[in-house]
Design a binder for this molecule. Structure first.
Ligand code: FRU
Length: 436
């Protein structure tokens, strides 16, 4: 019951941010923030690890890769990233120390298989951060560009201003501060930064905490989005996802040289919940999403699912209920200015330029209410539904809304109005658990 079929989730315990995403010698590696012993996330964070050798058709969970066992990561192995080169993964993460001697260390380890790691090397401590930083400095995202190692870290200044600090290195154990990237009045702490190019345009991701909540913007407790990077700095923050459950995404380049984003399909400190914690686990990652640009320079996200998992395409007319096993992939057949599709008790509605995700009916969203996205003219609408999640991609992925929902039965009824829909069943992605 409630087990996801095409999303990575832990067999037991708590998952949050994706970490160390990379492709190395025929394998995809997905690490994640993991607290195996507690489905509510209390307890020490580790890095768990999934790998796939068949392009995400099936996965193997190999267990914990990094756990707290040195003074500098005593209270948690926090988020970070991977650089895959010369047959080796370089993993960078934040060692969290809380209490009176509160500190954040940046730590480097290497691994060939994602299972056995080298000795831990502490590469940065408080003295290496600019004076204006507090002890909140974390989530190293590292990459190699023009022959140099580069790193961004999320940080909070003494004046409670969120920012990103950037470093460079010739040797991944010896870093030099380069600059700070920030904008005024934009939250007190920025987590999980990332910097990358798409079609020659440069972007910086960040997860600002403390933004003002508005009707169509920053509706979640914490935000997650991207800035354009210019010669002068960063500008024009745009959220990645306007649903209830999306945070701390990370990108990497796959074997086809495409930029892929995976997010945590969850959120901290929410007023809504996930009933699976009573069954012993909580949270999953999003479907991997390929990033590209719209004509006006916004990021589009498009789901990537292994084609071997797909069943045949079927057409369903409007106003006819279709009983369906989940997961499935739906494409709306839009025919006018008003469209609604109901999946069990969840409703997705498009009215006058606004797309709504309504989870108020019979507590299908276990506390989630409704979210709205201003999308303008709705040109297309694709929805990926798993056993307990909905991911909505509008206008070629220019607008995305992701959310958990909890239908009581394995089979759900789907019905649309204002046009029919095309539907394809998706097979379960096998996940082998080496710990069981
Ligand atoms: C984001 C975050 C990171 C931190 C990690 C701890 O969700 O708070 O900033 O490294 O989670 O699990």
């Amino acid at each position: 019951m409630f087990r996801q079929k095409i999303h990575l989730e832990p067999g037991k315990g708590w998952l949050n941010d994706p970490n160390g995403l990379c492709y190395l010698d025929g394998k995809y590696h997905v690490f994640f923030q993991y607290t195996p012993e507690d489905a509510q996330g209390d307890g020490l964070r580790c890095w768990g690890h999934f790998e796939s050798t068949d392009n995400a058709k099936s996965w193997t969970f190999t267990g914990i890769t990094i756990k707290p066992d040195i003074p500098e990561d005593r209270d948690g192995v926090f988020s970070g990233s991977a650089v895959a080169c010369d047959g080796l993964m370089h993993l960078f993460y934040t060692g969290n120390v809380s209490g009176a001697d509160r500190a954040s260390y940046q730590i480097h380890v290497t691994t060939r298989d994602g299972i056995t790691i080298s000795d831990k090397r502490v590469i940065m401590s408080q003295n290496d951060y600019p004076d204006y930083c507090t002890r909140d400095v974390r989530d190293p995202k590292v990459w190699i560009e023009d022959g140099k190692w580069k790193m961004v870290l999320g940080a909070r200044t003494g004046n409670n201003k969120g920012c990103v600090i950037m470093y460079e290195a010739d040797d991944p154990d010896d870093w030099h501060f380069v600059k700070q990237l920030t904008v005024d009045n934009f939250g007190y702490m920025w987590e999980c930064p990332d910097i990358f190019n798409i079609d020659g345009k440069r972007f910086m991701s960040a997860c600002p905490q403390g933004l003002k909540h508005e009707e169509y913007r920053n509706q979640n407790v914490y935000s997650s989005g991207y800035f354009r990077v210019t010669d002068e700095g960063i500008e024009d923050f745009e959220e990645y996802d306007l649903g209830f459950d999306f945070y701390a995404p990370q990108t990497f380049v796959n074997e086809y040289d495409e930029r892929i984003l995976i997010g945590w399909m969850g959120m901290c400190d929410t007023y809504y919940s996930n009933p699976t914690y009573k069954l012993g686990w909580q949270h999953c990652l999003t479907i991997p999403r390929k990033l590209s640009l719209t004509e006006d320079g916004h990021i589009r996200q498009w789901p990537v699912i292994n084609h071997d998992l797909y069943g045949k395409l079927e057409e369903n007319p409007e106003n006819r209920v279709r009983d369906t096993e989940l997961p499935c992939d739906i494409v709306a057949m839009l025919n006018g200015n008003d469209y609604e599709i109901k999946i069990d008790d969840a409703a997705i509605r498009y009215i006058d330029g606004v797309l709504y995700l309504d989870l108020t009916r019979r507590d299908i969203g276990t506390g989630r209410d409704a979210r709205a996205a201003k999308v303008g003219e709705l040109k297309d609408l694709r929805i990926i539904i798993d056993r307990t999640s909905i991911e909505i991609f509008a206008n070629g992925g220019r607008y995305v809304m992701s959310s958990r929902f909890y239908p009581s039965k394995e089979q759900v009824g789907i019905v649309s109005r204002g046009g029919g829909f095309l539907i394809r069943q998706i097979d379960k992605m096998e996940v082998r658990d080496l710990e069981q």
